[in-house]
Design a protein around this ligand. Structure first.
Ligand SMILES: [Fe+2]
Length: 159
């Protein structure tokens, strides 16, 4: 990745020992790095690329949080309400930054968005997701691709 990228990146110590969730988290870090790079590289396609990245981010947020929350419900996870509140607060912050970007067209907000995503995720995984380690497992987490999760498709359509 770009050497000037100052954002946190995935490291193995962030693993929650659930393959699909680790893959989701890695995808978020990659997307944050991509958004940072696109926002820092003026060219003719910059605004189109930003729109694409925003759309992907919205799907990732929706699909990934749904995946975690469905697994928490299945596992009757004790801290589910607090966890969902943390997800909702993040989704609100993301939406506010996107809205501000759309209102102003100022690419600085996309750089801020990339930092918000990577930094929030880094601390959320270490502090909040870490609490479900051993409770959410490969066996009780829906392992469909993120796009299926985001589309809210039924399991019968996935295989
Ligand atoms: Fe989470």
């Amino acid at each position: 990745m770009n050497q000037t990228n100052p954002l946190p990146e995935w490291t193995d110590d962030l693993s929650v020992n659930v393959d699909t969730i680790d893959e989701d988290h890695q995808a978020f870090f990659r997307l944050a790095a991509l958004m940072y790079e696109v926002a820092s590289t003026p060219n003719n396609e910059q605004f189109a690329l930003i729109e694409t990245a925003i759309n992907i981010l919205e799907e990732y947020v929706e699909g990934h949080f749904l995946r975690e929350q469905m697994a928490m419900a299945t596992a009757d996870y004790a801290y589910m309400a607090e966890h969902i509140a943390a997800h909702d607060a993040f989704a609100d912050r993301v939406n506010r930054v996107i809205q501000t970007y759309r209102e102003t067209g100022d690419i600085e907000h996309i750089r801020a968005l990339s930092a918000l995503v990577a930094e929030w995720l880094n601390s959320h995984i270490r502090v909040v997701d870490a609490q479900y380690k051993g409770i959410l497992t490969n066996a009780n987490v829906d392992d469909r691709p993120l796009v299926y999760m985001a589309a809210g498709l039924d399991t019968e359509f996935a295989s």
